[in-house]
Design a protein around this ligand. Structure first.
Ligand SMILES: [Mg+2]
Length: 172
């Protein structure tokens, strides 16, 4: 069971995964996570580097599908300008979205890699579904929930400090 959390390989950035490398491995399709894999979770649009990465994959006939647990609007707004298929609310690590995407691509599982920044969702799901999995380092150290939590704590501390008269800035 624990082995299912282990990626087949890990690289610093998604940009390190090149068409040449994938072709060498006999890969024809890529299933990739969005948040903190392609861009930081709070960045709406693809960066020039990521746009270029999609273009290179396309030029080399490697199909890319974005599979995200995030909600429809976030995933749609990011994916549509890239003209790439996407799945939102994917419920990773459940394997359904992975399997449906493989079917749509028309490739065997050995011909597809799964890329993501989280062991609990991307790697576990990709491994359960039987794909080659590649872990990347999260683009930023926060994620949505952790940030919200941090902000909540931060606000409490600031309020406490204000009450104590320890800070005067922001006060009118
Ligand atoms: Mg992620």
């Amino acid at each position: 069971m624990l082995k299912k959390f282990l990626p087949n390989e890990h690289v610093p950035r998604v940009l390190d995964i090149t068409p040449a490398k994938l072709r060498e491995m006999g890969i024809k399709g890529v299933i990739t996570d969005l948040d903190n894999t392609l861009v930081a979770w709070n960045v709406m649009d693809a960066t020039p580097e990521v746009i270029e990465w999609f273009k290179e994959m396309n030029e080399n006939d490697i199909k890319v599908t974005i599979i995200s647990n995030n909600e429809k609007e976030r995933v749609r707004v990011f994916s549509e300008p890239l003209d790439t298929p996407y799945v939102y609310s994917a419920k990773k690590p459940l394997i359904r979205a992975f399997n449906q995407t493989a079917k749509q691509m028309g490739f065997r599982k050995e011909e597809i890699v799964v890329i993501g920044d989280q062991l609990m969702t991307d790697v576990l799901g990709g491994n359960f579904a039987g794909f080659h999995t590649i872990l990347v380092v999260p683009i930023v150290k926060t994620d949505g929930k952790i940030t919200q939590f941090n902000r909540m704590i931060e606000r409490r501390i600031l309020n406490w400090m204000r009450k104590k008269g320890m800070i005067t800035w922001e006060e009118k």
